[in-house]
Design a protein around this ligand. Structure first.
Ligand SMILES: [Mn+2]
Length: 453
């Protein structure tokens, strides 16, 4: 079976996290094929939250499936179980069960009823115990007792499986975390646990050794290298590569890995560079996705994080899809729309990131728009939601940047401890109407960097 490597962006994924995961998984797949390892490894793009609307749009336009939604990267029971256990009907004989055990060279069989639902386990151990108990009757030198034992053993062969099966089996779900199941399985009487689906059918067997030594899940991080922004369980996973354009944070690894971090406008730019470095052609559907991410992360190349390399890669990608960069960029931004009826938790939270500032956690949210007055009409509602975030999640400060792409600036709304923002930006926070910050477009470079000072 091919080994799965997840390619995943940060929590609350933005378009760069989605698109870079899609693009980089595609590149890695091509590289594996070129190296003749196509059957050994499968690169699977994944995401840690809802798809941004522009990502859903660009993927759909290009006939690409959305990255798989995952909740964590802990090892699950399904990652370690032996799937499709050999089964035997409860009505079958022990002779039949014995033959199945030998034929498939397994230590236990899943016993099922006529509808295929799991009833118990029949194991070589149960058969051995039956065999040994028959010999209890044996008296040395007494031919009659030898005959009794022999006939008891012969009888056992025609005994029904149901009479000898163990029913005190530890049951697991394939999504259970191995770390949570280890103790229970070790404490259970049998050496195997059974994995059942929702209909009660056996879909896997897990042994004690499966849960005590197991390989970690392999993950490639794109667009982040910070534990706070990574999948739950990242500390238990094997990070095999990182492609990013953020500050170096705290994800650590056991082995040396490729850690490619460049101060460019988007991770998608680095992915495009990697295609070129390896001499792999970028097909139009992938070019469109990568270009859309350069557009959203650099705000159509207007953000101060934009470099000449971003402009150059954007031009090359635009040439592949035969589009004008700015025109394409505006089209991507327009797909966001619907700000009047967008749920307030999306307006504020869809693109929000937590940052650790000393002992405090600051949430910096950004909403980019081409209609600033339309978004600010919902100020009271947005502030109420931000105060709720402060109260419920214990943030010191929640700062929302409503970024006007065309006017090239951001309206700041601050809730919680406003001093943090006042110090960082030398402003007096306006609790009604917010503060217009001309030229501030980049959360990373112009906002987070100042707050984290
Ligand atoms: Mn990014």
């Amino acid at each position: 079976m091919a080994k799965t490597i997840l390619v995943v962006g940060h929590r609350n994924p933005d378009n760069d996290s989605i698109s870079s995961a899609v693009g980089y998984a595609y590149l890695k797949t091509q590289l594996a094929a070129r190296e003749g390892r196509a059957d050994e490894v499968e690169y699977v793009p994944a995401r840690l939250g809802k798809m941004p609307s522009e990502s859903a749009w660009i993927l759909e336009q290009n006939g690409i499936e959305a990255p798989r939604a995952i909740k964590h990267v802990h090892v699950r029971v399904r990652d370690v179980m032996t799937p499709d256990p050999v089964s035997v009907s409860v009505e079958d004989t022990m002779l039949h069960a014995g033959r199945l055990l030998r034929k498939h060279n397994v230590r236990s069989l899943a016993v099922e009823d006529a509808d295929g639902r799991f009833l118990g386990l029949i194991s070589t151990r149960a058969i051995a115990e039956r065999y040994i108990s028959a010999t209890d009757e044996l008296e040395e030198g007494d031919p009659a007792s030898s005959m009794a034992v022999a006939s008891s053993l012969i009888d056992s062969l025609s005994q029904k499986v149901g009479e000898l099966m163990a029913t005190n089996v530890f049951v697991l779900d394939e999504e259970d975390l191995v770390k949570d199941s280890v103790e229970d399985l070790i404490a259970s009487e049998l050496r195997e646990g059974i994995v059942l689906d929702d209909d009660g059918r056996a879909i896997g067997i897990v042994t004690r050794s499966d849960v005590t030594t197991y390989p970690k899940r392999q993950v490639i991080l794109v667009d982040h290298n910070e534990t706070l922004q990574a999948a739950a369980g990242i500390e238990d996973a094997d990070v095999v590569e990182i492609i990013d354009h953020h500050r170096i944070a705290d994800v650590s690894t056991a082995n040396p890995i490729q850690f490619l971090n460049l101060p460019l406008g988007s991770t998608a730019t680095i992915v495009a560079l990697e295609f070129r470095r390896h001499g792999i052609d970028i097909p139009p559907h992938i070019a469109a996705v990568l270009l859309s991410a350069i557009m959203t992360d650099t705000v159509i190349l207007k953000s101060p994080t934009t470099t000449d390399i971003d402009r150059e890669q954007a031009d090359l990608l635009a040439a592949i899809i035969e589009r004008d960069v700015t025109e394409f960029g505006l089209e991507v931004f327009k797909t966001r729309g619907g700000e009047d009826d967008m749920p307030v938790e999306d307006l504020v939270g869809a693109d929000s990131k937590e940052f650790a500032a000393g002992d405090d956690t600051v949430l910096i949210a950004q909403h980019e728009t081409v209609d600033l007055p339309g978004v600010m009409a919902r100020e009271a509602e947005m502030r109420a939601y931000m105060r709720k975030l402060v109260a419920d999640r214990g943030y010191a400060t929640v700062l929302l940047m409503v970024t006007d792409i065309m006017a090239e600036g951001s309206q700041f709304l601050v809730e919680g401890n406003t001093r943090i923002a006042e110090r960082a930006f030398d402003i007096t926070v306006n609790p009604d109407g917010g503060n217009w910050m001309p030229g501030v477009l980049s959360r990373k470079k112009q906002v987070a960097a100042k707050i984290l000072l």
